[in-house]
Design a protein. Structure first.
Length: 189
């Protein structure tokens, strides 16, 4: 890490999340929570079932075990059921993204400060402080103009890249967080 990267890691960051950044962070947190609850399995299973039913009905119709019209009707009903399940999955996903709106407080009069030490980050807001130990974090991600530190439980720490003096400093911070998580992460087993 460069000398500038060490200086950034040693000094606390101060920023205020804008309303738009708080909305984006809350939406992303809601989406990740939904995916963690096996949303993707419930999202993909109807597609697999639809494809298998189509193949089964086509094979039965081609071998003459059922009438062609009956196979067509089964495929049409399966398509209707698949589209209904797809629409329900879309609504669940939308609700999960919208459900995260309250996760991040709207910008207040006091800035958020992020202090880093050897074992984690401490995020201080007007409502209190929250600790993010590296050993209890899953991932670091830079998406858009925000850096997310995803913990095993709860909402992420969100740091806008504008809190850093430049893009290179933000990239170095993300790389440093990834290395710290890889070093300290408790291996399940």
């Amino acid at each position: 890490m460069s000398e500038a990267g060490r200086e950034i890691a040693a000094s606390p960051l101060a920023f205020e999340l804008s309303h738009e950044e708080a909305r984006i962070a809350a939406s992303r947190a809601g989406f990740r929570r939904a995916l963690r609850r096996r949303f993707s399995l419930r999202h993909v299973a109807p597609l697999v079932g639809f494809v298998l039913l189509m193949a089964f009905a086509a094979i039965l119709a081609l071998t003459g075990l059922i009438a062609r019209r009956l196979a067509e009707a089964a495929i049409i009903l399966a398509a209707i059921a698949f589209m209904a399940s797809r629409m329900a999955a879309h609504w669940r996903l939308r609700r999960a993204q919208m459900g995260g709106d309250g996760a991040f407080a709207a910008p207040g009069s006091q800035p958020t400060t992020v202090a880093q030490d050897a074992t984690g980050l401490t995020v201080r807001t007007a409502s209190g402080a929250r600790r993010f130990d590296y050993r209890a974090c899953r991932d670091v991600e830079a998406a858009g103009a925000l850096i997310y530190l995803w913990s095993d439980n709860g909402d992420p720490a969100v740091i806008p890249t504008r809190a850093f003096p430049g893009d290179e400093a933000a990239d170095q911070f993300v790389a440093m967080l990834r290395a710290a998580i890889a070093r300290d992460r408790v291996k399940p087993g």
